[in-house]
Design a protein around this ligand. Structure first.
Ligand SMILES: N[C@@H](CCC(=O)N[C@@H](CS)C(=O)NCC(=O)O)C(=O)O
Length: 208
């Protein structure tokens, strides 16, 4: 039995398909079609009580027994520690991985996600404030990333699960209307990530 990835074709789902491919872990996909509200199905809620994708079931957990994990950041850390890959050994080196992973989870995801939402709002009066606010915050976050990547090749120095988390949202930069040409260090990092065969496989796997 292999790991089951319960996901859909969204930034948060792609983080995990990319990580699984990069780590060389065999897995099967269980598509949870959030456009059909399948995230509320009892079998999914049993492993993901917040009714959000992604979640995984690892039949071979830490003690040999199955384990499920929800929340993409928790999944990435679980897989990193399971494989000892994309996760440095020393606590000092782990700190920037955790910092940039949490930066993504708390900002570089929720903010562009709101841009995606407000772009769908038809009434300009309802759309205007939210779109302006979340677009500005998204651009600020791209600026933060760009300054970080002026000094390091990857967010935590060496490539890590933080890069997979951030890539999931960077992959949708066109949808949140960000031109990477304005953020040259992010563009360089993004192109480096996209050149990796594991990333390419992770972005190509069918999740819908
Ligand atoms: N913090 C969560 C966010 C997950 C999330 O927002 N997933 C979206 C798709 S990208 C979802 O499942 N939405 C379904 C819904 O809103 O009911 C994580 O990182 O795993």
């Amino acid at each position: 039995m292999t790991i089951e990835l319960w996901a859909y074709n969204t930034p948060n789902g792609r983080k995990i398909s990319v990580a699984l491919e990069e780590m060389g872990l065999p897995y099967t996909v269980r598509v949870v079609d959030i456009t059909k509200n399948e995230q509320f199905n009892p079998d999914f809620l049993a492993i993901s009580p917040n009714n959000r994708i992604p979640a995984i079931i690892d039949p071979n957990g830490p003690d040999g027994a199955p384990i499920s994990v929800f929340e993409s950041g928790a999944i990435l850390l679980y897989l990193a520690q399971k494989t000892n890959r994309f996760w440095p050994e020393s606590v000092r080196a782990q700190v920037p991985v955790l910092e940039w992973l949490m930066w993504q989870m708390g900002g570089f995801g929720p903010m562009p996600g709101q841009v995606h939402h407000f772009l769908t709002v038809k009434d300009p009066a309802d759309q205007r404030y939210g779109l302006a606010r979340y677009s500005a915050e998204t651009r600020r976050l791209y600026g933060v990333a760009d300054r970080r990547l002026a000094n390091v090749e990857f967010f935590a120095g060496d490539i890590s699960v933080a890069d997979f988390a951030i890539l999931g949202w960077g992959w949708r930069h066109e949808r949140h209307q960000v031109d990477l040409g304005e953020f040259p260090n992010v563009k360089r990092w993004y192109e480096t990530m996209l050149a990796r065969p594991g990333v390419q496989r992770g972005l190509a796997v069918v999740l819908s």
